[in-house]
Every structure is written in structure tokens, then in C-alpha cells.
Design a protein around this ligand. Sequence first.
Ligand SMILES: NC(=O)c1ccc[n+]([C@@H]2O[C@H](COP(=O)([O-])OP(=O)(O)OC[C@H]3O[C@@H](n4cnc5c(N)ncnc54)[C@H](OP(=O)(O)O)[C@@H]3O)[C@@H](O)[C@H]2O)c1
Length: 342
Amino acid sequence: MPWVNHQIVLASHADGLPRADNFVERTGEIQGCDAGHLVVRNHYLSVDPAQKGWMGTAQNYASARLGEPMRALAVGEVVESLAEGFREGDFVSGWFGWQEYAHVGPEAVQRILEPWCSPIRYALSVYGLNGLTAYIVLSDILLPAEGDTLLVSTAAGGVGSIVGQLASERGARVVGLTGSDDKVALCKSEYGYSAAINYKDADWLKQLAGACPDGIDKYFDMAGGWISDEVIALMNHFGIHAQVGTAAVASWDPVPQAPRRERVLLIKELTQKGFVIFNHQQRYAEAIAHLRDLLGEGKLNFREDIRDGLSAAPAALEELYQGLNRGKLLIRLVDETGKTTH
Ligand SMILES: NC(=O)c1ccc[n+]([C@@H]2O[C@H](COP(=O)([O-])OP(=O)(O)OC[C@H]3O[C@@H](n4cnc5c(N)ncnc54)[C@H](OP(=O)(O)O)[C@@H]3O)[C@@H](O)[C@H]2O)c1
């Protein structure tokens, strides 16, 4: 059957911070399901900082295409399937874009959701990029241990909120950097941080030194930019720096000028490692099993910031870069009764 399909389409590249006017709304129609394809009705759309990079023209591992629905992860229900392995009624997560319906091949699907993945939006948050990134970077790169001081930037966000708890579970002293006093309080009260600092305070570096009396051994870096220029200089000998995000860099074109840190790297014999979650799929099952155990035991605090209606997506992405989200940002398209939200 034909499906009327409202979409948020990328209208212009963003080489600085994303703006709502980089997008336009469009109404299309899916005439039917092609052989080997499926049609998914999206229930939740993901809003991720990574979308800024996909919208730009600077070198990246993936990009969004002009004139197409914005590249995004989503979860939804299969409403028709002519693809092997998928049945009508399956709930799936994958690359379905900012639109109501996605007509895709099986390669766009990440997983068919198991019944325990409830509510289904958890496939985009705690069992999605946020939880997976937190677990895998800690387990495979930073290996925080008893007595280590681990610093985390964007500490109160979707990923950072989980990192604080997983790292303190492993015995590390976890210190967070975040952009407001209420987020500092959340880090300490809910997310497992021993200390947290508002990096917008004029004396944040002094506060950081006070919060890390034994220096910084491991750095879970999701900010980069001017924040990391300072932090790297404070790291301990044999420290490990995981570059997971660059939220503090507004644009990579032109590449920003910054203090050179190669001398610190050499003298302190630091290790630096980049990370892209999509290249670590073989680690997802272990990560999800651990997160599921913690959630089941009531030992993992996690927040979602849910906005209603497809039209809310562009402004939500803009707000993410103003630090206005409180937890994982999601757009709800279908409510619990099956009705479309507006
Ligand atoms: N490499 C990977 O595979 C991977 C996977 C997942 C996420 N990430 C990255 O990890 C970071 C966090 O992702 P998330 O999903 O958990 O998002 P999030 O932290 O929930 O939201 C992004 C946060 O970035 C901070 N921010 C915005 N502008 C900033 C600026 N100019 N300087 C410093 N901080 C700024 C804000 O927090 P404050 O109010 O605290 O500033 C904002 O809330 C992002 O950089 C993302 O791209 C990478």
C-alpha cells in the first residue's frame, strides 16, 4: 500500500554548528515495497552530535546527502517485508533517517530487537550508541583500574552519564567536565562522578587540578578543542587519551590552530587512540549483556530527553550544541497507543 511519508531533508551543508534552517520538511510517498526490501514505520529518531560532522564537508567517516532525509539512526516497526529474515511486526533499529517511513534494504538494519529490549527506544540510547561507546572505550582502550583518575568530558550527556558509572564500578576515581552547574550536580548525584567541574567557570583549570590531586591517568575525551589542549598538558606519565568526540570544535574547515602538544606526548609517553563505534560491532553483544545486567539490578541511572513530532528534530540538534539536552535526545513519532505525535 502507498505510505505518505513526511521527511526532514538536508537542504544545506553545515560547516559550523548545525542550524534548524539547514533542513526543510518534505512530503513524499512510498508506493509499495520492492523485492528484497522492507518498509519501517519509525517510532523514535535519534538526535546525535555526530550528525554535525555528517552534515559538513570536512573529511569524515560518513556523510549525509543533500536532498535526502537526514542520516540518522531510528527504531521502528516493520509494516511490510519482502526481505528474507524480516517479518511484519518486527521491531528493528537501523539507518532509517529523519522520516516517518523508511523503504530500505536489509543492510540498513542494525538489529531486530529482542523482546527484552523494552522500551524499544533503549536500542537508541542505553543499548545504542551511548551505552556501547561508554562500555567499549572503557573496556578496550582506557581500562580504568583501582586508583586511576579518569577524566571525562561532556560528562553529563548520553555517553558521559554511563561512563561515570561504569568507570567508578571498576574502582577508578572519575572526574567530569560539563557545561552547567545543574549538570555538575547530576554528575555527582546520579552518574557516579567523585567530582565534576563546570568548564565555563573562569577558574575551571584550578578546580580541575584540585579535583585531581594525583593527576590524570586516563582521559575519555568527547570535547577535544581548547578543553583538551589544557587537559593533555596535565596528564600523568604513560597516560591514555581516547579521542571519542570533538564537541568543543565548532568547525574543522579551516582546521583550528592550537598549542602544539607533541612534546608533552613524547616526554610523558602518552598513548592517544581514536574511536568510531560503528567499527566495533563484534563487541556489542558483551557490552549489551553488561548494561542489561546493570539495568536489571537497578544499578544504572540514565536519562532520555524526548521531544514529540518529526518537526522537532532540526531544533533539537541545534539545542544539543547549546548543551540544552538533559540526557539522550530522541524524537518520538509514535506514542504508546500507536498514534502519530505532532
Ligand atoms: N566516536 C564515537 O563512536 C562516538 C559515539 C558516541 C558519541 N560520540 C561523541 O561523544 C560526544 C557526546 O555524545 P552524546 O551522544 O553523549 O551527546 P551529549 O553529551 O548528550 O550531548 C552533547 C553535549 O556536548 C556538549 N557540548 C556542546 N557544545 C559544546 C562545546 N562547544 N564545548 C564543549 N562541550 C559542548 C554539551 O554538554 P555540556 O553542557 O556539558 O557542554 C552537550 O550536551 C559527542 O562529541 C559525540 O559526537 C562519539
